[in-house]
Design a protein around this ligand. Structure first.
Ligand code: ZN
Length: 253
């Protein structure tokens, strides 16, 4: 299997950074890329309030859905209620992990109700801060969502009754095989991030697929190779992060 890539944009909401987004959207459209838009349906997180709210947000989103872009549920209000790192164990903050099943079901149902009211039909769940637990997966299935965009596998797998389309990178990197999701947060894009994004999309355009493409051939439970790869990738990621934090600490002293 030759390497294929998916692009995901997180923190999509009416008050996101529209000035940057316009440029991002132009690059995506120029190369006919169908990204995953991870949308916060009722954002209450002040960090995601960057621009004045776009009045025709839902209309814009419906047009994207029509175009074939994938809409994801990026939580409900993007507010962290617990310090639980969940199944992935990478960030000790969560809107879901550690909460009782009923609370999680309620949040997912409320999020979906907002989308459905706007005639938007999300296909995939994208947990804020990558933090969710087994109850989140049960709550998603109870609400008709059986795909998540997360985990450090090298290709989509079935695990815990759900399809995991893995998300392992934050920048494009040429890989020999596998399916790789690159996650972007455009609210914080500087000029050079935008340039690099445009260059990478141009370079990898013919290898970028949609979520539907990624899940089509997927009917396999994770095996020992998947589990081993997941563990190695996660360890490497955590090591890199702690090295970066240590370097930052020494620079500040
Ligand atoms: Zn987010």
């Amino acid at each position: 299997m030759k390497a294929r890539y998916l692009i995901r944009f997180d923190d999509i909401c009416p008050t996101m950074n529209w000035a940057i987004w316009e440029q991002v959207e132009r690059v995506l459209c120029d190369h006919h890329v169908m990204p995953i838009l991870a949308v916060v349906p009722d954002n209450r997180d002040p960090k995601l309030q960057v621009s004045l709210p776009r009045q025709d947000f839902w209309e814009w989103l419906r047009a994207k859905q029509q175009q074939g872009w994938t809409i994801g549920i990026h939580g409900y209000q993007h507010l962290y209620e617990t310090k639980d790192a969940g199944l992935l164990g990478v960030n000790a903050r969560s809107e879901f992990a550690g909460l009782p099943l009923e609370r999680q079901c309620e949040k997912i149902a409320r999020a979906l109700a907002i989308f459905h009211q706007q005639d938007i039909h999300p296909k995939v769940f994208v947990a804020p801060a990558h933090s969710f637990d087994r109850n989140t997966l049960v709550a998603l299935q109870a609400n008709g969502i059986d795909v998540i965009s997360d985990g450090f596998f090298w290709k989509p797998v079935r695990w815990l009754g759900i399809t995991w389309v893995p998300q392992q990178m934050w920048q494009f990197r040429a890989m020999p095989f596998g399916i790789w999701t690159i996650c972007y947060h455009h609210n914080r894009f500087a000029e050079n991030d935008l340039r690099r994004f445009a260059c990478d999309v141009t370079r990898f355009a013919s290898k970028i697929i949609s979520l539907d493409n990624a899940t089509q051939s997927m009917d396999k439970d994770r095996d020992i190779l998947d589990i081993t790869f997941y563990w190695l990738w996660r360890q490497t990621l955590l090591l890199k992060r702690s090295m970066k934090n240590t370097a930052r600490f020494w620079r500040r002293r």
